[in-house]
Design a protein. Sequence first.
Lengths: 191, 252
Amino acid sequence: MNPRRISRLWRVAAPLAVGAFFLALWEVVVRAENIPPYILPGPLAIAGSLWTNGPSLLGSLLVTLRVTLAALAAAAVFGGVIALLFSLSRILELSLFPYAVILQVTPIVAIAPLIIIWVREPFLALLVCAWIVAFFPIVANTTVGLNSADRNLLALFQLYGASQLQVLRYLKLPTALPYFLAGCGSAAGWR
Amino acid sequence: MRGIGKRFGSGLKALAGVDLDITEGEFLSLVGPSGCGKTTLLRIIAGLAEPSEGERRLSLTAERGGQIPAGRIGFVFQDPTLMPWGTVYDNALLPFRIAARVGPVERERVREEIRAVGLDGFEQAYPRQLSGGMRMRVSIARALVTDPDLLLLDEPFAALDEITRMTLNDDLLRLWESRRTTVVFVTHSVFESVYLSTRIAVMTARPGRIAADLPIELPQPRERTLRASPNYAAICAKVSNALEIAMVQQSQ
């Protein structure tokens, strides 16, 4: 067997072994110490309850998933558009960016009750909450991306008489794409 | 160019009283210590920067009231300055794409120019797949596709190894000999400038100005064997000497 195959096997097997070990340890401690389930249930009890209440939990999971995806989509669209506006107008960026930062550092738990009162529809209220969290990383990343076009390439576009729209389409947007995707990544909580 | 001066916002005086006539069809090198404003001067020639004083007149701007018609000037930067998401072909096609003129004639021109710089078969390769020398060739092809009247090169081979650099020197010479495009070439290598040029302008630093203007009378077409000839060595010594005098004058 070559070393690369061994390392790939380990990559899967090692974390599984660690997980199994700690679950077993957990179960043993709960049983040995006779800890009541309302303080700490053992993994077997949790699995059993997951099985019996599966259908109702699955329904809730779907609701959460829908809110998450809708908010991510909304944040990607609005974040992308706002970053685009920022890149077109420096004044707009200077005047609005601080407020985007304020929105970002506001703890969502503090304003969530207000949002639920203001927006009566629960799905929409949750959507707004999730959107506020997801929105900022996308705006911030995309703005940086749109501003990091190579200076010499910009000069070259100028030399050949490119319009603002051409600079955006052939230079700034392709440069910003990886930044935008990284922003979506952190918005979704991958990083 | 008459009495060109350039002062940056920081108050740094980059150029002072630069007089320079560029003759059609010549290969002019600007040689000088780093920070002498060679790049600034080149950007002013290209119209990418405006002089703070003095006047720049190009015969090709006459027809359009001071505006340089797009594509009449080709520019090669110190870095290849390629779009990493585009193939060799996409990158070389850029001037036509910006001019919104992408027809069969233009496509053929781009393929022709890619062949001329020796990248036949690499049209669909991406910049990251190419060596530094090959990327620079793409950059040269892109500057040449519009058949410019003036080709500006800003230390294009400075980052390359000696062997690649010599090969590209020869290839640039062949390209110039077959077309006689007017070339302004910025470098800090005396040997490179003497090998390539028909004329060398030596510059001083801070503020930059032309200290010496030397015609290079070496036979053409030039071959690699020239680098070993006593005549070449004598001219290199002369240019080095002019450069040293310029730097002494400046420090006084």
